[in-house]
Ligand binder design. Structure first.
Ligand code: FE2
Length: 286
């Protein structure tokens, strides 16, 4: 298996970063169309993992992502499926509703996916670097200490700093936790790209993606809603007899389980979010 970190070198144009396709083929089609509409080439589009999970079409979603030519990182779902593990590796506590829901969707993914798709999952890198406007960026799936670490906006700053200390990048971008945010930590930044395959528990059907835009010497980080045909994604689940809580979430916009959420994010359930963009000043390194 290839667990090395990728170095994508230096970029000069904007990048589109997203996470969590989760087997949601319709959302995956939408984000690829969005990047095309924005004129962003596939060389500048990065998915930070969890291509499959809760939704109906794991194999089709993987096929589309592979054929698109975008860069993909290994998430805990890819890692578990490639290794033939018995569960998704999210770290859910036994008996919690997240864990019970996973007992439904994880075996479904394991059964639906081809050997070839699982091999591809096992070949994915666990992290990558790139440079933009003098700043070094690192993308990971969850955290730096663990692929399945949930890092939320409300996590205490000192804990985020400990995580950040494991990287030499100026900006770390994670996913996994499913809620988009950005925070300045001294002169460095922690960003979460958001995910496209499930709503952000905010009562809307939209997913989220992140644009990293070099602009007038700075780098602007902007989060955008991904509106897509959520009804079609739900129908695809129902057609395959997938009547689980996540099928309802696609339309209601609220999660079927909130075991993993800290109090602050828990209390924000059903309230539309709008992460503020962050401007990172340029650094000239001789
Ligand atoms: Fe994950």
């Amino acid at each position: 298996m290839n667990h090395t970190l990728l170095n994508l070198g230096r970029f000069e144009e904007q990048l589109l970063i997203f996470g969590g396709p989760y087997g949601n083929l319709q959302a995956t089609q939408a984000v690829l169309q969005e990047s095309e509409k924005l004129g962003i080439p596939v060389s500048h589009v990065i998915c930070n993992g969890d291509c499959v999970a809760y939704c109906a079409q794991p194999e089709e979603t993987v096929d589309l992502i592979r054929s698109s030519g975008i860069t993909v990182l290994m998430g805990n779902c890819e890692q578990s499926l490639a290794d033939g593990r018995e569960n998704c590796g999210c770290g859910f506590e036994t008996g919690t509703s997240c864990s019970l829901l996973a007992e439904d969707w994880y075996p479904y993914c394991a059964e639906q996916l081809s050997i070839d798709a699982k091999r591809w999952m096992g070949s994915l890198p666990k992290g990558l670097f790139f440079d933009l406007e003098g700043r070094r960026f690192q993308i990971v799936h969850g955290g730096l200490s663990a692929i399945n670490r949930f890092i939320f906006a409300s996590m205490p700053t000192d804990e985020k700093l400990k995580e950040m200390a494991l990287s030499d990048a100026d900006v770390v971008i994670g996913g996994h936790a499913g809620l988009p945010f950005g925070e300045q930590l001294g002169e460095r930044y922690w960003l979460n790209s958001g995910v496209i395959g499930m709503p952000a528990n905010d009562g809307t059907q939209d997913g989220w993606y992140l644009l990293i835009i070099p602009e007038e010497g700075n780098v602007r980080c902007e989060w955008h809603r991904l509106s897509y045909n959520a009804r079609a994604a739900q129908s695809a689940m129902h057609k395959l007899n997938r009547f689980n809580g996540y099928a309802e979430t696609l339309l209601s916009g609220v999660w079927p389980s909130m075991d993993i959420l800290p109090d602050k994010e828990f209390s924000q359930r059903g309230r539309a979010i709008s992460p503020e963009s962050i401007t990172i000043p340029i650094v000239n390194r001789a």
